[in-house]
Design a protein around this ligand. Structure first.
Ligand code: HEM
Length: 487
């Protein structure tokens, strides 16, 4: 009765006012959505969460589905109109969500990925100059790190898994861009365990599904409060110590060269605060973005290329025509349409952030998804969650054609092909990825240099399966054989 008087009548009136009908659902009564929850956990263990979630839309023959999970209304959608509403047109009505904020702040502290409102705007303003054209277009820096990677790979066609090397590469590049000093993980200094320890600690803290406890005891471990997880605390300490060293090194360097001109995020942070915890948290937040994203994208692209000889050969021709054997400039990278199509197609099929979510700050609606034809709005009561699924949306046949499951970069060059909000690998709206241009430049640069320098041979015959950490990459790594080309 209390719920009815305080909430029920309010929600019904709101739904009526906006013409909302019930969204599609299929739930076993009296289970509080336990089947949905357990189904997801099982699929995570088997590395097939993404196809499992896509299957959930097919189950109700729709693109927006209502779930009631452990007492909370939860909506999933792969409808571009709904994604646009949450990310852009109705931006102010949505929060990152208390769950995300609590979970991520437990190991990152408060920074751009966790902050909202004024604090978020401030973080974004400080970061923006790092991604100005003059910084992003510095291909000399990319060349240096790419050559270090090439120094480490066998060049006689024997199998190499490029995935871990690509992770080191993107860490080295991101730290140089953001902090002015690279971690140089690719220099393979055996005495320097710091970067490796940091990455291991980061993976542990950010991914409960890869922890021993989860593998041994299962989903119950996900409910344990953080204060009982001493291992997590230790890993967070390792992460913090790593960033503290970066800050100290920066301060020391500043003393020796106070006139350093290049914009540096750490300097900008010191100008706005002298609170060491705030600075450390901001750095940890940005490392989250810079570390694995580009590596995962590169790994997916290079894994796919040798599976399609004609695509590799087209790409090679474009590179030869545009740059020959020389190092590409920023402008030349932008001009290579087929290269961009290859990158887009990889992100379409294997999005690095395949699912994302927000919490409603007030009673609101998703513009589409209720009623039999799904054309009416969906009521989303305050405090409910909406999760949108890029993996599923970007494989929809009605949006991308009957060959939507195929890797076919040519689709991006067809006249009139403009997916709009149906393709949002870098998100959209005010919180769109701030590193997008940089990420694409780095990715395209490394692909060009690899194709110029090597014949690439396929070395594994497995299907692509997901491996989740905070981003998503291929479970099987990126096993290829590289043979040096004679120019
Ligand atoms: C292929 C590479 C990348 C992909 C696919 C990607 C994707 C995304 C996505 C989907 C978001 C939105 C997250 C959300 O709203 O919940 C995001 C945000 C962000 N990305 Fe990226 N990202 C990539 C690379 C990078 C890089 C290299 C950097 C920086 C070095 C970066 C910095 C950021 C930051 C700071 C945000 C937060 C923006 C905000 O909330 O205002 N990203 N990225």
């Amino acid at each position: 009765l209390y719920w009815e008087m305080t909430t029920g009548s309010r929600i019904r009136a709101f739904a009526k006012q906006h013409g909302c009908l019930p969204a599609k659902e299929r739930q076993t009564p009296f289970t509080l959505g336990a089947a949905f929850w357990w189904g997801q956990v099982k699929a995570i263990k088997e590395h097939r969460l993404l196809p499992y979630m896509a299957g959930q839309f097919k189950e109700v023959d729709g693109h927006t589905r209502h779930h009631y999970v452990l007492g909370t209304d939860f909506f999933t959608t792969d409808d571009p109109e709904n994604i646009k509403a949450v990310l852009a047109t109705d931006f102010s009505k949505w929060s990152l969500g208390q769950e995300r904020i609590q979970e991520m702040s437990s190991y990152l502290g408060y920074g751009i990925f966790v902050n909202e409102g004024k604090a978020w705007k401030h973080s974004r303003e400080m970061l923006r100059p790092c991604f100005e054209r003059s910084q992003v277009a510095d291909v000399n820096m990319l060349e240096r790190h790419t050559q270090r990677l090439f120094d480490l790979v066998p060049k006689d066609g024997t199998t190499v898994d490029l995935q871990p090397l690509l992770h080191d590469l993107s860490m080295d590049v991101a730290t140089e861009l953001l902090f002015g000093k690279s971690t140089n993980a690719l220099s393979r200094n055996e005495d320097d365990h710091e970067v490796r320890d940091f990455c291991d600690a980061f993976d542990y803290a950010s991914n409960p599904f890869e922890r021993e406890a989860f593998k041994k005891w299962g989903a119950i471990t996900l409910f344990l409060p953080d204060r009982l997880n001493a291992a997590k605390k230790n890993h967070v300490r390792v992460m913090q110590a790593f960033v503290d060293h970066i800050i100290d090194a920066h301060l020391t360097q500043l003393k020796s060269s106070p006139d350093e001109k290049r914009y540096n995020f750490i300097s900008a942070l010191f100008e706005s605060t002298d609170n060491r915890t705030t600075i450390r948290s901001e750095l940890l937040n940005i490392l989250l973005a810079g570390r694995d994203t580009v590596a995962s994208l590169l790994s997916n692209i290079i894994w796919e290329l040798p599976r399609h000889a004609h695509i590799l050969s087209k790409l090679r021709s474009e590179i030869e025509e545009t740059v020959g054997d020389a190092t590409p400039t920023y402008e030349q990278l932008k001009d290579m349409k087929f290269l961009r199509a290859v990158v887009n197609e990889s992100q379409r099929l294997y999005p690095i952030v395949p699912v994302n979510s927000r919490e409603a700050l007030q009673d609101t609606v998703l513009p589409r998804g209720s009623g039999e034809d799904e054309k009416s709005p969906v009521l989303v009561p305050k405090g409910s969650y909406v999760a949108w699924n890029m993996y599923s949306m970007q494989r929809r046949e009605d949006l991308f054609g009957q060959d939507a499951e195929m890797f076919r970069p040519e689709r991006w060059l067809e006249p009139g092909f403009r997916p709009g909000w149906a393709y949002v690998p870098f998100s959209g709206g005010p919180r769109v990825c701030i590193g997008q241009n940089f990420a694409l430049t780095e990715t395209m640069y490394v692909v060009v240099r690899l194709v110029q320098g090597f014949e690439i041979e396929r070395k594994d015959f497995e299907e692509w399966r997901e491996k989740f950490s905070i981003t998503c990459t291929g479970l099987g790594g990126c096993k290829v054989g590289l043979t040096a080309r004679v120019s």
